[in-house]
Design a protein around this ligand. Structure first.
Ligand code: URA
Length: 277
């Protein structure tokens, strides 16, 4: 029998159709600080009311610019693994603090308090959290925790009914090692310890849809800690290797101008299944 593929149905239903139609551009997201030339990337996961967990990430990166869904690259696969531990395999929805990729380290912090950015983001959070089946929110990193707190002040009733797991961003270890000069092994161990601290409470506030495995993380990423992205999360026709753990997109170029303008997409070695050339 022919393989039946699944794909993300997109933004046809309200309120998402209007949210997408009314997305802010570079009047709200200045081009000096955001890569608006790569377009907004809105979400990943369920928009049909079946989500039980909302993940709030930071901003889309290279894999997300191509796949048009957020948290698809390594950061997303680390989150996918965390959700799998608490028995959530597809019953989630993910948003980012920013619709566009931030340009430069400081840009994200600089716009943490922008009212127009928050107003649009809060419309999405209202749509996904108020009168919803979501019982827990996982905020990835400080900017996500702040953005969530800002929304919670506008919806105190709903926020009071939600569990918040404010954990370190999935690529905190790499960023902090670069910034501090500390060994990556040390920052990774510290990140995974932080995730372990939140695991039991998160599990206690989520009704699992499938198998759970609350085995704590070790001091380094294990072979099953990163989980591929489900087919149903990506737009129709997305190649299978877009969902896999091998990286396939990177900014390339010899100068800042070229690098900002270029994302190189390369089929990973493991996915080159064509006959020998
Ligand atoms: N990709 C995203 O979409 N969000 C993040 O926070 C990190 C990577």
């Amino acid at each position: 029998m022919a393989v039946v593929h699944q794909s993300c149905v997109g933004y046809g239903a309200e309120p998402f159709a209007s949210l997408v139609a009314e997305h802010p551009g570079d009047d709200v997201y200045p081009q000096a600080d955001f890569r608006t030339e790569w377009g907004p990337v809105f979400h990943r996961g369920r928009l049909d009311g079946t989500a039980r967990v909302l993940v709030l990430g930071q901003d889309p990166a290279t894999h997300e610019a191509i796949s048009r869904r957020i948290l698809v690259g390594e950061a997303g696969q680390r989150v996918q693994g965390l959700l799998a531990k608490v028995g959530i395999h597809t019953a989630y929805v993910m948003l980012n603090v920013y619709l566009y990729s931030v340009f430069g380290q400081a840009a994200g912090s600089r716009h943490a308090k922008d009212e127009s950015i928050a107003a649009y983001r809060n419309r999405w959070l209202d749509a996904l959290l108020v009168d919803s089946g979501v019982t827990a929110v996982v905020a990835l990193g400080d900017l996500a925790a702040k953005a969530y707190a800002g929304w919670a002040r506008t919806q105190p009733g709903t926020a009071a009914s939600l569990h918040l797991a404010a954990i370190r961003h999935p690529t905190y270890a790499e960023g902090f090692a670069r910034a501090s000069g500390k060994p990556l092994a040390e920052t990774t161990a510290s990140q995974l310890e932080n995730w372990n601290e939140h695991l039991a409470e998160l599990a206690a506030h989520v009704s699992p849809e499938g198998a759970t495995d609350l085995t704590p993380y070790a001091a380094t990423w294990g072979p099953t800690d990163l989980v591929p992205i489900p087919e149903v999360d990506l737009p129709p026709g997305a190649p299978a290797w877009w969902r896999d753990v091998d990286a396939w997109a990177a900014r390339t170029g010899d100068d800042r101008q070229t690098k900002r303008a270029t994302i190189s997409v390369v089929v990973p070695k493991g996915a080159r299944t064509w006959p020998a050339l």
